[in-house]
Design a protein around this ligand. Structure first.
Ligand SMILES: Cc1ncc(COP(=O)(O)O)c(C=O)c1O
Length: 1011
């Protein structure tokens, strides 16, 4: 962020050589000097011969000696905090010395990067800024100097005067109107609070060049420049820091609130200080804008002055548009306080009065049968396709639930995350409102509603937009205790005639029929129900208050709108409830093996729904799934879901009976495979399939020894760990047994040893292994490889590799096994099976993951000859392998893959994505290689393109930042530095664009270098 204003007074201008000479003369140090940016003084960074770093500060001629002495004093006072520079004395013992008419000081340089130069500002960092500042202000509470009790235009205590004097000079109308709005609020509500606020000496300018941070750990390393130090309201220090943190942020108040939270943890804020904070923070931005306007008016020739205001022009109008009380509640919540102070009193009063309320529907819902209606993000009651949530469809589904519960009334939950308020094509990057902050009572249209308690009509409206409230009435109430607290109740989705004769100010007595339940389309196009909401503060909205909030503001809005069940008294057990992430995590720790890992560590995702290429978490937030290849044709594909559930409702049994589902699938599957791959065995997993493949190979050859590819993974069973170098050579592994022989992975990016064409060269490495085996008198059972090694780093095999390997293996009587668990069914786009791309036909093919779109299913397909040799008297039976429902799942998945042309789709979208990633990588030194085909892609990150040193920490950082932008990817490869992209085959061009943008942003946020 550029500086907010231009210098006042003349900036001293020593040359670098003069500065070095001065330091040598007065401090006895030999240094190299370079210029640092500064507004009023001249600051030079000095590198001493012994490696120490200093800053030489030559004060502006207008600075008074007393203020400069106070600065030296404060640095001594704050030495214990470890985040402030210390003053170095001249050889004759002075901290401050007058040289050639200027005041000169030498201070130590702190480690860290200015906040403004760091591209990633996480909440961790924002909180730490607050903490560091809180500690600083705590220390400053015992520091004072008369010179700091000064009239100074950056003193936020004088903000109203500065703004009043200069606001007329602001030329941009939007900005000027925002300033006027903020300043009017400041005058009316903050100025009266000022006399009671705590005062102390404050730093006064915690701007993003005065705060130094460590990018990697997202911690503050130093706070600099006490030149604006002033005696003021203590909270101003925080307000100033918050203003800078808010600038340029997508969500300025949330960003600033984190700073307040950190500060409050170190130096607890008082209620009046929190009350003033939002106004003061906005006012700081107004002061900056006004002073810049003044300077620009004085120097219209300097274009820079106008440009420097760009971040303020973006942020201040956004802040000014917020309701200050809502902002106040958000800040209170961030500090761990109840968001809305009066909410608790309303809640206690409602609780105490509950027995006196008239029943809303005319009969007591405490005893009436009530069915839970679960509209949460993970509920089957709703569809992720909004078209399928039309009121008639919802009414029909609700009717089924009511019938199951033998109830005529259904209740939809309060504080529930719902998808029904947002649409798949919503703009990215804007958090949707998903949390329902009312309660829904479903009953027949026309059902009369009776006022639960005395009230006065506060608002009446027909909000007839699609998915709005339709006819809505708000009643105003007061608690009967002293002093009374006002609150409101809202009733939405009413019948149109409910509004007839209703007028603001009309009293409605407890128990009076005042409205009826509406129906679609006039009720806002919803199922028939009334939405009831209790509101403690209407935030000056006449009637149509939000009925859903953003998940990130959940606590704030549930404090603003407490549980309406306080009015109805429906027993808690009648509502649908789900475990939250913390409960699930705790239960996992207690009941699930620890090495059953979750992705994203402490930020683990609680995923509750999948639809197509998207996954949704319990907050109703959507993620592009660029990672899971199991949901081949898309998560919960409706055709697969329908087919499987219909089959499950009829029959699901094993292979010991004749069933057309099994044979139809076997026929369809072998039709996609070349001759002589004609015989299928079905299993319940990829591991089971690889185990079976090994048995087939061993029975056929009578040999045991196997050649595997380095870094390969073939499954989790004991034998498969033996043949998976990725596992047996990884953490907890015990190496390969003597019958497993490892050949190099043909990774042409990382393994540069090859000469000539890489395919034949890497095949010759397998040949060498075969030769060694033969020389030591061992016989080869076979060769197994993933056709495109995935955990090995998303590798595409070089041309001719398998062709040569298979020939060599077959030469010595071995069989060739292709593990297509990751790559089959059109994923690589160019071919349906990845081995086809190599121009070979394996003897045994192993399938799994994507085969049945997530229904457990694996398969081994082989030749009649091998299958017959395996039929040696021992029965092959897998209880779940090839079950009726599994075959239906697999057959439907295959049909959808073919019907929807997903192979071609993967080719077009995937190759587009790959090319866009390559373009992105071209000018990013860290992107070493972008490879793959179709929707099987890898982006390899390196610390240095020439050495190709793997950038693993960076890759995991990038993946976590991509997730923050709504994209799920993974890392893989022997060095964990390859970003793996291989989502469902229905990923669209838009998703591809989002993936590229997310990666670009994540790369931009990378600290350099990362350790
Ligand atoms: C190449 C390969 N083969 C086999 C398997 C094992 O499959 P499953 O986890 O279904 O047992 C996997 C699983 O990731 C795999 O990637």
């Amino acid at each position: 962020m550029p500086r907010m204003s231009q210098p006042i007074g003349l900036v001293p201008a020593l040359t670098l050589t003069e500065a070095a000479a001065l330091v040598a003369d007065h401090y006895g140090l030999t240094v190299r000097a370079s210029e640092l940016p500064s507004e009023r003084d001249q600051n030079l960074l000095l590198l001493a011969n012994d490696g120490r770093r200093f800053v030489l500060k030559i004060a502006n001629e207008q600075e008074t000696r007393a203020v400069l002495e106070a600065e030296c004093d404060v640095m001594r006072h704050l030495a214990h905090t470890g985040t402030c520079p210390t003053v170095v004395r001249t050889q004759d013992g002075h901290e401050l010395t007058r040289i050639d008419g200027c005041w000169v000081r030498l201070i130590t340089a702190l480690e860290g990067t200015p906040l403004g130069a760091v591209p990633l500002h996480t909440d961790t960092l924002r909180r730490d800024i607050g903490r560091a500042l809180g500690r600083l202000d705590l220390a400053l509470a015992s520091f004072d100097r008369p010179s700091l009790h000064r009239a100074f235009h950056w003193n936020l205590a004088l903000a109203q005067e500065v703004v009043d004097a200069h606001v007329h000079l602001v030329t941009d109308t939007v900005l000027r109107e925002s300033i006027s709005r903020v300043s009017a609020h400041h005058l009316a509500t903050i100025v009266p609070l000022l006399p009671s606020l705590r005062r102390s000496v404050i730093h006064g300018d915690a701007n993003d060049y005065n705060i130094l941070v460590d990018h990697a750990s997202q911690q503050v390393t130093g706070i600099l420049d006490f030149g604006d130090m002033v005696e003021s309201h203590t909270v101003n220090d925080l307000a100033i820091a918050m203003a800078y943190v808010a600038l340029g942020s997508d969500d300025p108040l949330s960003a600033a609130a984190q700073v307040a939270a950190g500060y409050h943890a170190e130096l607890p804020l008082r209620d009046d200080e929190i009350g003033a904070l939002f106004g003061l923070m906005c006012m700081r931005l107004c002061v900056s804008a006004c002073l810049a306007a003044k300077q620009q008016a004085e120097r219209p020739d300097v274009a820079y002055l106008g440009i420097s205001q760009a971040p303020i022009m973006q942020t201040l109008p956004a802040l000014a548009a917020m309701h200050p009380r809502l902002a106040h509640y958000i800040l209170r919540d961030a500090c761990g306080l109840p968001a809305v102070p009066q909410s608790e009193r309303v809640v206690s009063w409602l609780r105490a009065q509950q027995s006196t309320f008239a029943p809303l529907l005319g009969h007591d819902l405490r005893s009436t049968p009530v069915a839970p209606l679960d509209f949460s993000a993970g509920s089957a009651l709703i569809d992720s396709d909004p078209q399928r949530n039309a009121p008639t469809e919802l009414d029909a589904r609700i009717a089924r639930v009511l019938a199951e519960h033998d109830a005529r009334i259904g209740v939809g939950g309060y504080d529930e995350a719902r998808l029904i308020y947002h649409w798949p094509n919503e703009p990215q990057g804007v958090e949707p409102r998903t949390i329902h902050i009312g309660l829904d009572v479903s009953a027949k249209p026309g059902t009369p509603l009776f006022a639960p308690l005395d009230g006065v009509v506060h608002g009446v409206e027909n909000a007839d937009g699609y998915h709005d409230y339709g006819p809505v009435i708000v009643l105003r109430h007061e608690t009967t205790d002293e002093p009374p607290v006002e609150f409101f109740t809202l009733y939405g989705h009413l019948s149109v005639d409910s509004l007839h004769g209703r007028a603001v100010g009309q009293p409605i007595a407890r128990g009076t029929e005042f409205a009826r339940i509406g129906e679609a389309p006039t009720n806002g196009h919803w199922w028939a129900h009334v939405h009831i909401q209790v509101i403690v503060d209407m935030l000056d909205v006449p009637c149509n208050v939000n009925g859903a909030s953003r998940a990130s503001q959940r606590r704030v809005w549930t404090s603003l709108c407490p549980d309406p069940n306080l009015l109805l008294g429906i027993p808690g057990g009648r509502f649908a409830r789900h475990d939250d992430a913390a409960t699930i995590s705790a239960s996992r720790v207690a009941h699930v093996g620890r090495n059953v890992r979750v992705s994203y560590g402490t930020e683990a995702l609680n995923i509750v729904r999948g639809a197509g290429q998207y996954l949704y978490n319990a907050d109703g937030h959507r993620f592009v799934d660029a990672y899971n290849n199991v949901a081949h044709v898309g998560h919960s594909h409706p055709r697969v879901v329908r087919a499987v559930s219909e089959q499950l409702s009829v029959l699901n049994t094993n292979t010991r009976y004749l069933q057309e589902q099994l044979t139809q699938y076997a026929e369809a599957l072998v039709a996609t495979l070349p001759d002589p791959l004609r015989v299928c065995f079905f299993t319940a997993s990829g591991s089971e399939a690889n185990e079976l493949a090994l048995r087939l190979a061993r029975t056929y050859t009578g040999a045991r020894d196997l050649i595997v590819m380095d870094h390969a993974y073939h499954g989790h069973t004991t034998t498969l760990i033996d043949i998976s170098p990725y596992k047996h050579n990884g953490p907890g592994g015990t190496g390969a047994p003597d019958w497993v022989h490892t050949s190099p992975i043909p990774d042409v990016y990382r393994n540069r040893a090859f000469t000539g064409a890489p395919g034949p060269w890497f095949a010759s490495q397998v040949g060498s292994v075969i030769d060694r085996l033969r020389d030591s008198g061992r016989t080869l059972c076979g060769y197994i490889a993933e056709t495109c090694p995935s955990v090995g780093g998303q590798i595409m095999l070089p041309d001719g590799f398998l062709h040569d390997v298979y020939a060599r293996v077959r030469d010595v009587g071995g069989v060739c096994v292709a593990d297509e668990v990751q790559t089959g069914f059109g994923r690589i786009g160019t071919h349906f099976w990845a081995f086809e791309q190599q121009g070979v036909t394996p003897d045994i093919v192993v399938l799994g993951k994507p085969m049945a779109n997530g229904y457990p299913m694996g398969a081994v397909i082989t030749t009649r000859e091998i299958a017959d040799r395996f039929d040696n008297g021992m029965e092959y039976f897998s209880t779940f392998g090839g079950s009726t429902a599994a075959c239906v799942a697999a057959l439907t998945t295959l049909q959808v893959t073919l019907d929807e042309g997903l192979q071609q789709h993967a080719l077009v979208v995937g190759n587009n994505l790959r090319d866009a990633l390559r373009r992105l990588g071209d000018d990013q030194e860290i992107v070493g290689d972008v490879r793959g085909s179709g929707l099987f892609l890898g982006v390899e990150l390196v610390r240095d393109r020439s050495t190709r040193a793997p950038a693993a920490v960076e890759a995991s950082f990038v993946v976590s930042r991509m997730r923050a932008r709504g994209v799920l990817a993974g890392t893989d490869g022997p060095h964990h530095n390859v970003i793996k992209l291989r989502g469902p085959m229905c990923l669209s061009m838009n998703d591809a664009e989002q993936i590229v943008n997310a990666l670009a942003e994540a790369l931009r946020e990378l600290p350099r270098p990362l350790e």
